[in-house]
Write a protein that binds this ligand. Structure first.
Ligand code: S3P
Ligand code: PEP
Length: 455
C-alpha cells in the first residue's frame, strides 16, 4: 500500500502518558500582544475531494486549480489512481502546490486495496465508485478509521444490488466486489451519524443505471451544508441533482447521465480558517483571511455570523475577511448541527470566555476523527477547565487554565484547538501537531507567521 507523504505516526491517545516536554511535543506559542496578520490558506478538503471524485467519473479530462495537497487529498488521489484514473500534477496557479489534471479511466478497475487513512471523505465517497469498477476493491484505514461508522454505506450499496461479501461487516475493512454497474433506484438510509453517507451516494449516482432517489430517515441529519455542496458540485457539472421537495428537505434525486469534465478553481478551506480567525478573539487585534469567496457552500462561511456571537467584529472587503477581537470573549448557547466540524475551535474559544457556553446539536462529532466531545472535555479539563459532556454537545464553564500536554487524538482540529488555547495559556504542549497534515500540512508555519504579523 503506498505511504502518503503526509502520514503521521500511529498513536493511541488513550494509552499515551508521555511526560511533559517529551520529544515531539509542540510548544504552542503564546500571543505576545494583539495580532495584525494576513493569512492565505490552501484549498478546501471537502471541495478538493468532491472534485477529484467527479473528475474521475466525468466524460473527459478535468483540471483542478489550487487544490488542497494534504494527507486526505493524497489518499483520495492514490485511491482513484489505483482504480485506473490518471491524475497528473501540472504547475500550480495557487500558492500551495501543483494543479491537477484528472483523466478518467476508460473503464474503472478494482483488484486493489484502498487506504482511507482517517479520511471520512475517502471511506464514504469511494465505495460507490468501487462498485462501478470491475473487480474487488478492499477498503481499510488507520486504527481510528475502523472505529468510524460505515454501516450505512455498506447497507446502502447492498440494497442497490452491490456485492460486499457476506460477512456482515459494519465497519472497515470490507471489500466491494464491483461488477462495473450499479442498478440505482429508490433508497432510504439513516444518515444521522454522518452527512457523508448521503454525499457519497449522490456523487456517483449519475453513473447508476437508474440514477438515485434517496431519502434520509433518522432522528437528525447533521452537516446539511455539506450535502448542499455535493448538489452544487454535481449541478455545476451538468448533472440533474436536486432536493426532493416531497421529502421535506431530507430527500435528494440524481438523474442518470454524463458528468461533465470541468476546470474548477478550489476555494480556500474556510473551516481551516476557524482557528486563525478565532485567534483574533483570544489574542486581541485582527486577522485577515485572503481569497474569501463571495458565494460558497462551505460551512466555514458561518464563521462570519458565529464569531460575532463571541464578541468579534467581522468585515468583508472584497475577498478579504477580517475578524477583530473584542474586549472580552463572551460565552454563548449555540446549536452547531449544521457545522459540527467548526466545534473544536469554538469550544476552545468558549473555554477562554468570561461566561459559560453550551454548544449543542453535535452528538455526531463523537464519530469524527475521534470522539470530539470526550476529547475536548478531557483536554480542557486536563488543563484545569470545567467542561461537561451532554448527550449532544458540551457545557463549558470557563476556569483559569494552566499548562500541560494537550493530546491531539490523531485529529487535526483537536491539534489546532490546542494551539488556540496555547495562545492564552503558558506551557501548553500539543503532542502531535503533525496530525494537522490531514488537511493543513502548513499549519505550524502559518500559525507562527500569523503571530509574527506575517502573511
Ligand atoms: O462531506 C464532507 O466533506 C464533510 C462532511 C461533514 O461530515 P459529517 O456529516 O460526518 O459531520 C464534515 O464534518 C466533514 O469534515 C467533511
Ligand atoms: C470530520 C472531519 O473530517 P472527515 O472528512 O474525515 O470526516 C473534519 O475534517 O472535521
Amino acid at each position: 500500500m503506498p505511504v502518503s507523504r503526509y502520514s503521521t505516526p500511529r498513536f493511541n491517545p488513550y494509552g499515551d502518558d508521555a511526560p511533559l516536554g517529551s520529544a515531539g511535543d509542540w510548544e504552542a506559542p503564546r500571543a505576545q500582544g494583539p495580532l495584525d496578520a494576513t493569512v492565505s490558506l490552501p484549498g478546501s478538503k471537502s471541495l478538493t475531494n468532491r472534485e477529484l471524485v467527479l473528475s474521475a467519473l466525468a466524460d473527459g479530462p478535468s483540471v483542478l486549480r489550487a487544490p488542497l495537497h494534504s494527507r486526505d487529498s493524497d489518499l483520495m488521489i492514490e485511491a482513484l489512481r489505483s482504480l485506473g484514473t490518471g491524475i497528473d500534477e501540472v504547475p500550480g496557479t495557487g500558492a500551495f502546490g501543483a494543479d491537477l489534471v484528472v483523466t478518467p479511466a476508460t473503464e474503472l478497475l478494482g483488484s486493489t486495496t484502498i487506504d482511507c487513512g482517517l479520511a471520512g471523505t475517502v471511506m464514504r465517497f469511494l465505495p460507490p465508485v468501487a462498485a462501478l469498477a470491475l473487480g474487488p476493491t478492499t477498503f481499510d484505514g488507520d486504527a481510528g478509521a475502523r472505529r468510524r461508522p460505515m454501516a450505512t454505506t455498506i447497507s446502502s450499496l447492498r440494497e442497490l444490488g452491490v456485492d460486499i461479501g457476506d460477512d456482515g461487516r459494519r465497519a472497515l475493512p470490507f471489500t466491494v466486489h464491483g461488477s462495473g454497474r450499479v442498478r440505482g433506484g429508490e433508497l432510504t438510509i439513516d444518515a444521522s451519524s454522518s452527512s457523508q453517507f448521503v454525499s457519497g451516494l449522490l456523487l456517483s449516482a449519475a453513473r447508476f443505471e437508474s440514477g438515485l432517489r434517496l431519502r434520509h430517515s433518522g432522528e437528525r441529519l447533521p452537516s446539511q451544508p455539506h450535502i448542499e455542496m455535493t448538489l452544487a458540485s454535481l449541478t455545476a457539472r451538468g448533472v440533474a441533482a436536486e432536493v426532493d421537495a416531497a421529502a421535506g428537505g431530507a430527500g435528494w434525486s440524481v438523474t442518470p447521465g454524463p458528468i461533465s469534465a470541468a476546470e474548477v478553481a478550489i476555494e480556500p478551506d474556510l473551516s481551516n480558517a476557524a482557528p486563525f480567525l478565532a485567534a483574533a478573539l483570544v489574542a486581541g487585534g485582527r486577522v485577515t483571511i485572503t481569497g474569501w469567496p463571495a458565494v460558497t457552500t462551505q460551512v466555514g462561511a458561518d464563521l462570519m455570523s458565529l464569531l460575532p456571537l463571541f464578541g468579534a467584529s467581522v468585515e468583508l472587503d472584497g475577498d478579504r475577511l477580517t475578524v477583530t477581537g473584542g474586549d472580552v470573549i463572551r460565552g454563548m448557547e449555540i446549536d452547531l448541527s449544521t457545522g459540527g466540524e467548526l466545534a473544536p475551535p469554538l469550544v476552545a474559544l468558549a473555554a477562554l470566555a468570561e461566561s459559560p457556553s453550551e454548544i449543542t446539536g453535535i452528538g455526531h462529532i463523537r464519530h469524527h476523527e475521534t470522539d470530539r466531545l470526550a476529547a475536548l472535555a478531557a483536554e480542557i479539563n486536563g488543563l484545569g477547565g470545567e467542561v461537561e459532556e451532554l448527550p449532544d454537545g458540551l457545557r463549558i464553564t470557563p476556569r483559569p487554565l494552566h499548562g500541560g500536554v494537550w493530546h491531539s487524538y490523531e485529529d487535526h482540529r483537536m491539534a489546532t484547538a490546542g494551539a488556540l488555547v496555547g495562545l492564552a495559556v503558558d506551557g501548553v504542549l500539543v503532542d502531535d501537531i503533525g496530525t494537522t497534515s490531514k488537511t493543513l500540512p502548513q499549519f505550524p508555519e502559518l500559525w507562527r507567521a500569523m503571530l509574527a504579523g506575517g502573511a
